[in-house]
Design a binder for this molecule. Structure first.
Ligand SMILES: Cc1cc2nc3c(=O)[nH]c(=O)nc-3n(C[C@H](O)[C@H](O)[C@H](O)COP(=O)(O)O)c2cc1C
Length: 166
């Protein structure tokens, strides 16, 4: 498997912590970056990519991802694999649970290479922009309501990605 580039945006630190756990699960195969300090050429240099954002209201990604997302259209995603994860709070925001994850997926200029889809079982919410065809477009992590499930979810998701990445 080629090196995995992980790019996260985090306001109060939970997405950063989740990104660190994901990087640790990949071991030496992953490199971690804050999207605030990222460039398009950094992203373009990876074949395997993970993007992570938290949710800040109806449809909003984390601020640094909001600032960066238009630059994705400058990158040629042909042949790349992209996995997404999103932080959120299903009890406080059940009508927009992990919407940032869904918006990031929508804003990807090329979706053919998206991997890492995840079942909706185990989460309680009314609506999420991240739900598509009965599954999530990436891994939702809820460190507010289900912190005890995060490590298990990360472990299983990374095992899935190791099969789906190239
Ligand atoms: C003002 C505000 C709005 C939020 N809106 C949502 C939301 O619509 N959906 C959701 O799932 N979580 C929402 N959250 C929860 C955050 O996504 C959650 O706290 C996340 O862990 C923050 O991650 P970060 O500190 O890494 O940016 C919101 C939190 C705040 C404070």
């Amino acid at each position: 498997m080629k090196t995995v580039g992980i790019f996260y945006g985090s306001t109060s630190g939970t997405t950063k912590t989740a990104a660190e756990k994901i990087a640790k699960a990949f071991g030496k195969d992953a490199e971690l970056h804050n999207i605030r300090e990222a460039t398009t050429s950094m992203i373009a240099s990876y074949t395997n990519l993970i993007f992570g954002t938290s949710a800040w209201g109806i449809g909003d990604m984390q601020d640094d991802w909001e600032d960066f997302v238009d630059n994705l259209s400058e990158i040629d995603f042909t042949g790349k694999k992209i996995a997404l994860f999103g932080l959120g709070d299903q009890e406080e925001y059940p009508e927009s649970f992990v919407d940032g994850l869904g918006t990031l997926y929508c804003r990807l200029p090329e979706k053919d290479g998206v991997v890492g889809f995840w079942p909706t079982e185990g989460y309680k919410f009314y609506f999420s922009l991240a739900e598509k065809d009965g599954q999530f477009v990436g891994l939702p992590i809820d460190d507010h309501q289900q912190p005890e499930l995060t490590d298990k979810r990360v472990k299983e998701w990374v095992a899935q990605l190791k099969k789906e990445f190239v």
